[in-house]
Design a protein around this ligand. Structure first.
Ligand code: PGA
Length: 220
């Protein structure tokens, strides 16, 4: 191939990432693609459960999770923090309050992601650990649709701050609620047993070299 003759690294980098990280991952790809014009990218985006199913096929070089599954041997690089924050429409009366008691937040109609979502998994785990409950009224299979439903006053929700900071926060406001945000992190994971292609190790080197800088840039 021409690229090989020119000494460029060529091939395909295959990534499978959870939907919430779609706001973040393009920022890791931008400079990489510019530096390696002969590398093509395949980016699969689906919820946590579907990305876990992709681990079975070992088809991808890397996976991005904030809640990696425990039943796979994975090598992981920490990319950045990922706080899950309470949100409401900017016209909602709670946006004017400070230190909102959790019970008051819990009385609002709550919009939650579908079963299989990592965001939902984190919310359920946090509520269980703290012995808390929410008034779940709608199950919605997309962060974008949740943002629009919250914006139009249908209720409140908890989403990754990256869905607002990088995905746009017009019409929305983060709330100051007791027991929240839920802390979590983003990880770049690879199956330990999968052999690394030249393209994959080039990407890993890039993420390791740029990681701190990108994490600072993205720190919500
Ligand atoms: P998801 O992603 O809610 O889109 O599945 C976030 C995560 O896995 O934490």
């Amino acid at each position: 191939k021409l690229a090989d003759l020119q000494g460029l690294k060529a091939g395909t980098l295959r990534l499978a990432v959870v939907t919430t990280s779609k706001y973040l991952i393009p920022h890791f790809l931008g400079e990489f693609v510019k530096a390696h014009p002969a590398i093509d990218i395949v980016l699969k985006v689906a919820n946590r459960q579907k990305i876990i199913e992709q681990l079975e096929t070992a088809e991808y070089d890397f996976y991005v999770f904030s809640h990696p599954p425990e039943n796979f041997e994975l090598d992981m690089v920490l990319l950045s923090t990922n706080p899950l924050v309470p949100i409401a429409a900017d016209s909602h009366p709670l946006t004017r309050e400070k230190q909102i008691p959790f019970e008051l937040f819990a009385q609002q109609p709550f919009l939650i992601r579908e079963m299989g979502s990592g965001t939902r998994h984190a919310i359920d785990r946090h509520l269980k650990a703290k012995g808390l409950e929410l008034n779940v009224r709608m199950t919605i299979e997309s962060n974008e649709a949740i943002k629009h439903c919250v914006m139009s006053g249908l209720g409140v929700s908890i989403l990754s701050r990256h869905t607002l900071s990088l995905g746009g926060s017009e019409g929305l406001r983060e709330l100051d609620v007791e027991h929240l945000p839920i802390p979590s992190q983003w990880y770049l994971a690879r199956l330990s047993a999968k052999e690394m292609s030249v393209v994959a190790s080039t990407f890993l080197d890039y993420v390791q070299a740029q990681g701190d800088q990108l994490a600072n840039l993205l720190a919500p």
